[in-house]
Design a protein around this ligand. Structure first.
Ligand code: NAD
Ligand code: TYD
Length: 351
C-alpha cells in the first residue's frame, strides 16, 4: 500500500484533494498533515474521517524536528504539498507568517523528503501546489500566463509562494529530487473560508451586510471550480512529467464587479428576493495595497499533454457553490465566530 502525505488537507482545496484520493485510491493510505490554523477545519472531511485508508496528523510544517520524525516514521512514497498561508490581505498585515509557513515550511518538507528518499529517489514524488499569482499582474488584455512567463510576484503572499516554487526547482536541479509543480488560478466552491471574495460576498448578501468591492471592481480574476482543481492535481500526480510545471485554469476571466452582479442575481433567486435587491449591498471600499490588476492562465499544456479540462461552466459552479453555503449554515457560523470576526472587525475598522 502506497503512503501519500497531503499537507494542508483540512483547508479549502486540500480537503477536496484528500477526499478524492481517499475515495478513488483504496490502495493508497492518505496521511493528512495540517496545523489547523483558522483556515483548517476537520468538519470539511467528516464524510471520510473513518475511512480505513485515511489518517489525520496534527502538526506544523515550520517545525523541522517534527517533520523529520514524521518522514522517518512513515516512509511516504509521495507528498502533495498544499499547506500554506493563502490570503493576500492577511499577507499585507502579517507577512512574516507567510514567509515562515510558505518558504521555511516548504524547505523543511523538501529536506525531510530528501533525507528519507536519498537511496531511492526515483520511486518518489514531491508535488508542490502553487498559484498563478507568482507571475505577477497582467496589463495587456492579449497576455496570458504560460509555464514560461517570468516570475514577478507583487504581494507578500505571492512572493512567499514564488520563494517556495524556486526552492522546489532548486531541489530538482541540485539533488535530482523528483518534483512537479502546478500553478493554478483562483478557486471557488464549497469549504472556502469566507475571507475570500466569493464566500465573503455570499455570507454578506445572506446577512444583508455590505459587499466590500475593492477600488472600482475592475480587477480581473480567472476562476476555477475547486473540484476541477482537485481533478487536475490527481492527473498531474499520476501523469505529470518529473521536473515540469503545469498551469491550471479554466479560461474563465471575470471583472470582480461583473462577478458580484452575477452572484447577486443568483442569490436573489435562491433567497426569493426581488431582482436587484442584493446588488444594493455593493459597497466600493479603499483598494487593496498593490492590488494586482489581472490574472489569466493559459492552460493549453495540461489540456493537450494530460487531457485534463474543467467539468463545470462558471454559472453552474457558482450556483452549486451558493447552494452549498445556503445549506451549510452551521459550517459558516462556526468559522465566522471568534478569531475570524476579530480579524475582520480590525480590518474594516482601519479602512
Ligand atoms: P487554505 O488557507 O484554505 O488552507 C490552508 C491549509 O493549510 C489549512 O488547513 C491550514 O490549517 C494549513 N496550514 C497553514 N499553515 C500550516 C502549517 N504551518 N503547518 C501545517 N498546516 C498548515 O488554503 P487553500 O485556498 O486551500 O490553498 C491551498 C494551497 O493551494 C495553497 O498552497 C495555495 O497557495 C494554493 N492555491 C490556492 C488557490 C486559491 O484560489 N485558494 C489557487 C491556487 C493555488
Ligand atoms: P481574493 O478572493 O482575496 O483572491 P486573490 O486576492 O488571491 O485573487 O480576491 C479576489 C479579488 O476580489 C481580488 O481582486 C480582490 C477582490 N476582493 C474584493 O473586491 N473584496 C473583498 O472583500 C475581497 C476579499 C476581495
Amino acid at each position: 500500500m502506497k503512503k501519500i502525505l497531503i499537507t494542508g488537507g483540512a483547508g479549502f482545496i486540500g480537503s477536496h484533494v484528500v477526499r478524492l484520493f481517499v475515495n478513488r485510491y483504496s490502495d493508497y493510505h492518505i496521511f493528512n498533515l495540517d496545523k489547523l490554523t483558522y483556515a483548517g477545519n476537520l468538519a470539511n472531511l467528516s464524510d471520510i474521517e473513518t475511512a480505513p485508508n485515511y489518517t489525520f496528523v496534527r502538526g506544523d510544517i515550520v517545525d523541522a524536528e517534527f517533520i523529520n520524525q514524521l518522514f522517518a516514521q512513515h516512509h511516504f512514497d509521495g507528498v502533495i504539498h498544499l499547506a500554506a498561508e493563502s490570503h493576500v490581505d492577511r499577507s499585507i498585515t502579517d507577512p512574516l507568517s507567510f514567509v515562515l509557513t510558505n518558504v521555511v515550511g516548504t524547505a523543511n518538507l523538501l529536506n525531510a523528503a530528501r533525507q528519507a528518499w536519498k537511496n531511492d529517489l526515483a520511486n518518489h514524488l514531491f508535488y508542490h501546489v502553487s498559484t498563478d499569482e507568482v507571475y505577477g499582474s497582467l496589463h495587456d488584455p492579449k497576455d496570458f500566463f504560460t509555464e514560461t512567463t517570468p516570475y514577478d510576484p507583487q504581494s507578500p503572499y505571492s512572493a512567499s509562494k514564488a520563494g517556495s516554487d524556486h526552492l522546489v526547482r532548486a531541489y530538482y536541479n541540485t539533488y535530482k529530487m523528483p518534483v512537479v509543480i502546478s500553478n493554478c488560478s483562483n478557486n471557488y466552491g464549497p469549504n472556502q473560508f469566507p475571507e475570500k471574495l466569493i464566500p465573503l460576498s455570499i455570507h454578506n448578501i445572506k446577512a444583508n451586510k455590505p459587499i466590500p468591492v475593492y477600488g472600482k471592481g475592475e480587477n480581473v480574476r480567472d476562476w476555477l471550480y475547486v473540484i476541477d482543481h482537485a481533478r487536475a492535481i490527481d492527473v498531474i500526480y499520476h501523469q505529470g512529467k518529473t521536473g515540469e510545471t503545469y498551469n491550471i485554469g479554466g479560461f474563465n476571466e471575470w471583472r470582480n464587479i461583473d462577478l458580484i452582479h452575477l452572484l447577486c442575481r443568483i442569490m436573489d433567486k435562491k433567497l426569493g428576493r426581488a431582482e436587484g435587491e442584493s446588488a444594493k449591498l455593493i459597497t466600493f471600499v479603499t483598494d487593496r495595497a498593490g492590488h494586482d490588476l489581472r490574472y489569466a492562465i493559459d492552460a493549453s499544456k495540461i489540456m493537450h499533454e494530460l487531457g485534463w479540462k474543467p467539468s463545470l461552466q462558471f454559472e453552474e459552479g457558482l450556483e452549486k457553490t451558493v447552494e452549498w453555503y445556503l445549506a451549510n449554515t452551521e459550517w459558516l457560523e462556526n468559522v465566522t465566530s471568534g478569531t475570524y470576526r476579530q480579524y475582520y472587525s480590525d480590518q474594516y475598522a482601519s479602512r
